[in-house]
Write a protein that binds this ligand. Structure first.
Ligand SMILES: [Zn+2]
Length: 321
């Protein structure tokens, strides 16, 4: 899971705040009880005294006395519970109330494994990180509609959709990349969103950028001399499980963009990290646009998909869909 150290620490701070809040609530509840139930405080003090005596007896090796005291403590504890329920308080009123009981808000189970709540938090974080949380609720394999295509188009689009599904299904076990190219409105972004949601739901980290925002972000951090910031962003882009670059070719191309694009594709290929790119440009145009490098060689490891259909958005508007 590609969380940077800073991001991880951010998440852990949330857990720390939860534990603080549980402790705080417990203190408040204790105070309430002491103020409401007469005699409760006395019992607490007696238990505390007995606990000290019990420990001393254990240290002295006087097990008989220790066990006698321990019985006394148990009796007092049940007396406390009785007082609680008689005064109308819930039995667990004086227990720490964690958001997640399984890990007591530490994020980790006693076995050292990540708790389900932390795994979910990381996935949610990645959704937000990938900048498309809300869009993905609407655009995914479950909401994909075939009725917007003509029969001929459906024949063309079906194998492309299948490829995208296989890509998502096999994610994590097979290293693959996809280059989706086609005209505006042919559903490329929709398909990249379907892939993003399916891969995120499998627990992998996905970062989504429109091409314009990707290079804008990279140039902003690089030229603001924020070295740490640049390292963070670059590290995420190089190492996230899936990187999606949507609408390649819409950015203002210059030598910075061309060389960064080359680095990203090359570095991810070396690390065997999958990338999905959508673009309106074909290979010839890509080569011409990013002249310095041989993109046809670079894209050698990509499965090229070409949805060759009419502009869906125009048709949707026409038919009022
Ligand atoms: Zn948990």
């Amino acid at each position: 899971m590609a969380l940077t150290q800073t991001q991880y620490e951010g998440l852990m701070r949330v857990y720390e705040e939860r534990r603080d809040s549980a402790r705080h609530t417990l203190e408040e509840n204790r105070r309430t009880i002491r103020e409401t139930i007469p005699g409760y405080r006395d019992i607490e003090n007696r238990i505390a005294d007995l606990a000290v005596k019990c420990s001393l007896s254990v240290l002295d090796g006087d097990d008989r006395t220790a066990s006698k005291i321990s019985d006394e403590i148990k009796e007092l504890s049940s007396e406390q519970k009785k007082l609680l329920s008689e005064s109308g308080f819930e039995e667990d009123f004086l227990e720490e109330k964690y958001v997640c009981r399984d890990c007591s808000d530490t994020g980790y189970l006693p076995s050292g494994e990540k708790c389900h709540c932390l795994k979910r938090a990381i996935t949610r974080f990645m959704y937000r990180q990938s900048n498309i949380e809300e869009v993905l609720e609407k655009e995914n394999f479950d909401t994909l509609r075939y009725d917007i295509y003509t029969d001929t188009e459906r024949e063309k689009i079906q194998p492309i959709i299948d490829e995208c599904r296989h890509f998502a299904d096999d994610f994590g076990s097979v290293y693959r990349n996809i280059l989706l190219y086609g005209n505006v409105g042919t559903g490329k972004t929709f398909l990249t969103n379907c892939i993003a949601k399916a891969v995120l739901d499998k627990g992998y980290s996905v970062i989504y950028f429109t091409s314009m925002r990707l290079f804008d972000t990279l140039s902003r951090v690089q030229f603001s001399y924020d070295y740490e910031g640049f390292r963070d962003v670059q590290d995420d882009i190089f190492s996230c499980d899936l990187l999606i670059i949507d609408d390649l070719g819409t950015e203002n191309v210059n030598s910075f963009v061309a060389s960064r694009l080359f680095d990203i594709i090359n570095e991810r290929d070396l690390r065997k990290k999958s990338t999905v790119i959508s673009t309106n440009l074909n290979f010839g145009e890509l080569d011409a646009r990013y002249t310095d490098r041989s993109f046809s060689r670079l894209f050698g490891s990509y499965t090229v998909l070409h949805p060759d259909v009419e502009d869906i958005r125009v048709r949707k508007r026409r038919s009022g869909l």
